[in-house]
Design a protein around this ligand. Structure first.
Ligand SMILES: [Zn+2]
Length: 216
């Protein structure tokens, strides 16, 4: 049996490609156009994984899928290969924020770790949002100031339109000429972290944001 190899955001990306193919079918586009749509989707999916085994390529191949139930089974099957978000203990989480003596922790048993690209929760008492992510093999965490008011806008992380709230964090990257300079970064992100995780299709922005915030 193949090891788990698909990340949450990659499965979301694949689902998006499948929706696109199904939409094209429903619109009855000409056969050659549909074939191109499927080829492109296949290429984009394969591009997500630079080191695929033959078995994995076979599993990801969308070109052989025909019926609605083929597509459903395809996603169902891939879901079995989802890499869960690393399970962290309360101690491990607390250790990431040594200065926060009263850090509020989430109810970890209530979180579906399979559908997570990043873990986040709000500490409403201190108006903070905490974000945890596995960056280049290492678990990192940041605290952001967080506004509880929401509005409809694009989320910086998942790049989807929805109910967002503002977070801001101070970067640790100092300007060389002025060592006291710290830049504050503001972002609108989905107010509901679990919804955001269902919509994440790539991590470029999130990783850039975390690197800026952490000064790495
Ligand atoms: Zn989002």
């Amino acid at each position: 049996m193949t090891e788990k190899f698909i990340k949450n955001e990659q499965l979301n990306f694949i689902k998006k490609q499948i929706t696109f193919i199904k939409d094209s079918k429903n619109k009855n586009v000409p056969k050659n156009v549909l074939a191109t749509v499927i080829d492109l989707a296949n290429d984009k999916i394969m591009d997500l994984f630079p080191h695929l085994s033959d078995e994995q390529s076979e599993m990801l191949d969308v070109s052989k899928l025909k019926t609605e139930s083929d597509y459903e089974q395809y996603i169902q099957h891939l879901s079995e290969y989802l890499l869960p978000f690393p399970i962290m203990t309360e101690q491990q989480l607390k250790k990431m924020f040594p200065k926060q003596k009263k850090l509020k922790l989430p109810d970890l048993s209530n979180i579906d770790h399979r559908q997570l690209t990043y873990l986040s929760w709000n500490d409403l008492r201190s108006n903070r949002k905490i974000i945890i992510y596995e960056l280049e093999g290492k678990m990192v965490g940041i605290e952001c100031e967080f506004s509880s008011t929401t509005k409809k806008n694009l989320c910086s992380f998942c790049n989807c339109f929805g109910e967002v709230s503002q977070i801001s964090t101070v970067t640790k990257t100092k300007k060389t000429k002025n060592p006291d300079y710290y830049r504050s970064i503001g972002n609108y992100i989905c107010a509901d972290g679990s919804e955001c995780n269902k919509k994440m299709t790539n991590v470029d922005y999130l990783e850039g944001f975390l690197k800026d915030s952490l000064g790495i």
